[in-house]
Design a protein around this ligand. Structure first.
Ligand code: EPU
Length: 337
């Protein structure tokens, strides 16, 4: 196991912020995880577990050890007439995993094409896009308990998935390292084209809905709206779409009849944060190298050498203005370190 010292984290996360970590280690096997944890405990270091670094904003140098999860491997572990159970190691790239499933004719992940990050990070926040969340195809995961050094299983129910939420962001935060995830994928597909843009693209391209065509349509939509982190630093949606009480929403709707809305339950609706931020005039805003993406106001961007603090300050200004104009509190989706 090789422990690097004082290295830049810029290549290891998608916001491209130039911060350093005191120690950095890449783990490829469970044995290396054990060794890295022994080193961390011996030296009383703070630990940061890193997947693809696509949901992180660093605001300062990290004075501990960053452990990059590089566990690899994808295997079919079981199948019946209708389904196949596929186990993927935490360090596998999410989009490459999606493409592998599509090539093999396994359905359920196609709407989640081109999401940055790794397989192991995906359940942490129950990634979702274009009408599908990972919880719909998730069977169970294996996670390494950092205190007892034992591997434990978490079923779908035990993960307590919610909108961009799981038990790993709440009750057991910081206690486990996800090592692999098992997905239950379909051989006879139930396709989800409920998200309007997918339907439109299939019609435009004169294509039948299939897992491959849906994946291509999602790639087309994402590429047209979301900045490619290889070109412009970003971490996808910076905020969650807020839940708003129906009574409050009705009042706002009379003032802003164009306000889009998603139903949630009897009392609540969900309002797109991107719309709220755009209405406050932030879309395309730029101050130095920190900005708000010109095609999707929910995405904050680093045009080159913005600091994490500049991005965080901008996010606070945005929150403040949305609260002032609409009386709605935005909550950050990205993890700020
Ligand atoms: N909108 C605006 N202005 C904007 C952005 C959006 O008016 O600048 C409006 C759109 O016109 C649309 C609505 O807001 O009516 C929703 O926009 P969009 O379909 O782009 O999706 P979103 O709600 O902004 C969520 C996810 C994305 C996911 C898309 C598609 C969250 C926090 N974000 O965004 O996930 O790709 O839906 O399903 O739920 C991510 O989590 O990093 C992410 C990119």
């Amino acid at each position: 196991m090789l422990v690097n010292q004082n290295i830049s984290l810029k290549p290891y996360h998608t916001f491209g912020i130039d911060v350093k970590t005191k120690y950095f280690v890449e783990v490829h096997h469970i044995k290396e995880i054990e060794e890295a944890l022994a080193f961390q405990k011996q030296n009383h270091l703070e630990l940061l577990i890193l997947g693809g670094g696509s949901n992180l904003l660093f605001t300062k140098d990290f004075d501990g050890i960053v452990m990059k999860i590089a566990l690899k491997g994808i295997a079919k572990i079981k199948e019946d007439e209708d389904f196949v159970w596929v186990k993927a190691a935490a360090g596998e790239n999410w989009h490459e995993f999606v493409l592998f499933c599509i090539e093999n004719g396994w359905g359920g992940v196609e709407n989640l094409s081109l999401i940055p990050g790794t397989v192991g990070a995906a359940p942490m926040q129950n990634i979702g896009a274009y009408g599908v969340e990972i919880k719909e195809i998730f069977d169970y995961l294996e996670a390494y308990h950092l205190q007892s050094n034992e591997i434990q299983c978490f079923t779908n129910k035990q993960c307590k998935f919610g909108y961009r939420e799981s038990i790993f962001k709440n009750e057991v935060k910081g206690q486990y390292l996800i090592t692999s995830v098992v997905f239950k994928l379909s051989k006879k597909h139930t396709l989800n084209i409920s998200y309007g843009d997918i339907q439109q693209i299939l019609t435009k391209n004169n294509e039948e809905p299939s897992i491959n065509n849906i994946s291509q349509a999602v790639i087309e939509i994402r590429s047209s709206k979301l900045p490619n982190p290889k070109e412009i630093g970003n971490a996808g949606s910076f905020f969650k779409n807020p839940f708003v009480e129906k009574i409050h929403f009705e009042k706002l709707k009379s003032l802003y009849p164009q306000m889009p809305v998603y139903p949630v339950n009897e009392e609540l609706v969900k309002v797109p944060a991107g719309w709220l931020i755009e209405q406050c005039g932030w879309k395309g805003y730029k101050n130095g190298d920190a900005g708000v993406h010109a095609k999707q106001a929910l995405v904050l961007v680093n045009y080159g050498s913005a600091t994490g603090k500049e991005i965080r300050d901008l996010s606070e200004e945005i929150k403040h203005s949305v609260l002032k104009k609409f009386g709605i509190a935005l909550h950050t989706e990205v993890n700020i370190v």
